[in-house]
Structure formats: C-alpha cells, structure tokens
Ligand binder design. Structure first.
Ligand code: FDA
Length: 325
C-alpha cells in the first residue's frame, strides 16, 4: 500500500514541470553554484555542523566530463580553505571516469585526493549500486597504498556482503579505516541484499557494531531512530561519547577535524531538529550538501532509483514539522 502510494507520488513528481521539481528539491540541494553551497555552509556553521560537499552529476559519458568534475572539486577545496569551513568532500569515482578509462580515472581521483591531502582534508567515496562496490573499495585501498590515507569509503548495510567487506578492509587498513555506513539508497536484488525495512535496519546496526569493534572511524549516515538509538547505545557500551578521547584500544590515529571515533551524518534538508538535538548533546554532526547544475537530473534519477523516497517527499510536504531542514 505504502509502496504503491510512494510510486504514485514519484510518478506524478517526475511529470511535473522543472520549476516544480526545483521547488521540491530546494530544501535538499544547496543550489546550482558553488556559491550557493558556501552560503548554506555559512548558515549551518552557526549550528555547529560540519559538512561534506557533493558536486551533483549524472553518469558521465566522456572523459571531458570527468575533467569538469576534477576542476569543480578543486574549486570546492579552495572555497573550503578560503572560508575556513570544517568540511570534507564526497565524490563518486565513476564521475571521475573510472568506468570509461580506469587509468585516467584513477589519475583524476589521485590528483584531487593529493590536493585534499595537502590541506589535511578528507575525501569520502560515495557508494553507488552493487556494480561498482568492488571498484570503489579498490580505489580506496589503492589510495591508501600510495600513502593517501585521507580517503574512506561508504558501505551499505542492506548488502549481504558488507560484514565481509568490513572484515577485509580491517585486515588491510587496520584502524586507519574510515567509513560512512548507511542503509543504501539503491534497491538491490534480493539475491544480494535485504529488501525489507527491519532486516535492513538490523543489518545496518550490525555493521555499525562491527566497525566500532574494529577501531575504525565511523560516520553513521541515517535519519532513522532505530539506527540512531542503536548507535547511541553501542557508543555507551564502548564508553565512547562526546568530548571524550576515543577509548578503544585498537582505535585509529586521532585525525584533525574528527570527533572521538564517530560522527552522525545527515542529508541537507532532512530531519534538522534531530541533527540539532544530537549536536546539542555534544555529538559531532555532518551535513551532506549537494549542489550543481545537474540538480534536476539528479533529483529525477534519485526518485526513479528508489521510489520509496516518494513517501518521504509526500510526508515532508504534508507534515513539514516532522522534517524541518
Ligand atoms: P529512512 O529512509 O527510514 O528515513 C528515516 C526518515 O528520515 C524518513 O521517514 C524521512 O522522514 C527522513 N528521510 C530520509 N531520507 C529522506 C529524503 N531523502 N528526503 C526526505 N526525507 C528523508 N546511500 C548510498 O547508497 N550511498 C551513499 O554514498 C550514501 N551516502 C549518504 C550520505 C549521507 C550523509 C546520508 C544521510 C545518506 C546517504 N545515503 C547513501 C542514503 C542512505 O543509504 C539512505 O538511503 C537514506 O539515508 C535513508 O535512510 P535512513 O537511514 O535515513 O532511514
């Protein structure tokens, strides 16, 4: 029933004129220009948030487009430094050409990661669908092999493979591993992934525990109470918390701009009150800020990829008090 309603909302939204989609996505996308993202960061800095910036893009079809992303992200690094923001970068390896020309794609990624490294800035590799999970993890491992330890990957709780990935990455990187863990936005086939709500939550929570026990840095990317409450309990169990030094014996090196071994991450425009509540209790909170000329294509693609977002869109409109930015 909910699925059908959600699909209906999505089907209606993607048929609406561009301005309407723009109006819907306004709260989730900073704007089309870097300046728009800078303005949002100035505003949210006052709330004590830190950031990760995502330059929006579709799957690219030429290496010229990859060059565009490289240059745009370099501008982002400069803007972060100029404004002294507490921010890192979120990139999609495919946008740098990884699937078109692996060698050149890796070169592009390394180019950006080196620039960020020079400024003690962290780069997060967003995770796309299961076709690129191995490649994305491999990019991170190769960067670490080159001494570029300012790179971490996103893992998706819904995938059956994720606990194994955590074990393998821990074996290779030890406590230098730095994750974002989320449920996973892509609706993956049931052969490789959980597809129901509760098993996805349970699997995500198991991954959070495994990452914490491995001594890794863990960014918990969820707006969902069962995941956040589980995390708070898991932290307490391990004597981890705000303003304390990470007590885990096997914890990684203390990294500049990071909290005591973990942080909460949320999307721009989603559940601001919950984020502020966590912040008020002293937890480190990071806001994911997408911007870019391709905001329209991005919004439509996300809606099509995961029609369950339709429920959230409708809820955000009909019950805005549950979901203030
Ligand atoms: P859930 O979907 O149950 O949401 C809980 C509540 O939050 C909803 O009821 C609704 O009120 C609100 N909400 C959540 N998402 C919303 C939205 N988009 N619009 C409006 N309201 C919303 N996935 C991935 O596959 N690869 C990645 O790299 C990332 N990166 C990433 C970064 C960050 C910072 C976040 C927060 C999330 C991601 N994700 C992601 C997306 C993630 O996998 C997941 O799909 C969403 O976070 C939704 O799952 P929740 O755990 O928030 O629960």
């Amino acid at each position: 029933m909910v699925g059908r309603f959600s699909r209906m909302v999505v089907a209606m939204t993607i048929r609406m004129p561009r301005w309407f989609v723009g109006w819907v996505s306004r709260r989730y996308v900073a704007g089309s220009k870097l300046d728009d993202a800078v303005k949002v960061m100035h505003r949210l800095s006052k709330e004590g948030a830190c950031f990760t910036i995502d330059v929006l893009g579709e799957e690219i079809s030429s290496m010229e487009e990859a060059t565009f992303f490289l240059e745009e992200y370099k501008r982002v690094v400069t803007a972060i430094i100029d404004n002294d923001f507490d921010s890192n970068l979120s990139i999609k390896p495919t946008a740098f050409g990884l699937l078109l020309d692996r060698e050149k794609g890796m070169e592009n990624i390394e180019n950006l990661v080196r620039m960020a490294h020079g400024h003690d800035m962290f780069v997060r590799l967003d995770m796309e669908d299961h076709r690129v999970t191995d490649d994305t993890i491999q990019v991170m491992l190769e960067m670490h092999e080159k001494g570029l330890t300012n790179v971490g990957v996103v893992l998706q709780g819904r995938l059956f493979r994720t606990l194994d990935d955590i074990r393998n990455i821990t074996q290779k990187l030890g406590p230098n591993a730095d994750y974002r863990i989320c449920k996973g936005i892509y609706l993956e086939p049931s052969e490789i992934s959980h597809t129901d709500r509760q098993p996805i939550i349970d699997a995500t929570n198991q991954c959070i525990d495994a990452m914490l026990d491995a001594g890794s840095y863990v960014g918990i990317a969820s707006h969902d109470h069962p995941v956040i409450n589980h995390t708070l309990a898991a932290l307490e169990k391990r004597s981890m918390g705000p303003n304390s030094v990470d007590p885990r014996e096997n914890a990684g090196p203390e990294r500049r701009q990071k909290g005591p071994g973990y942080e909460f991450q949320m999307l721009l425009g989603v559940r601001g009150p919950l984020r502020r509540k966590l912040r008020a209790k002293g937890h480190r909170t990071r806001v994911y800020i997408p911007y870019g000329e391709k905001w329209y294509e991005y919004s439509i693609r996300r809606l099509k990829e995961n029609p369950t977002i339709g429920t959230q869109v409708a809820k955000a409109f009909l019950m805005p008090w549950t979901n203030r930015p």
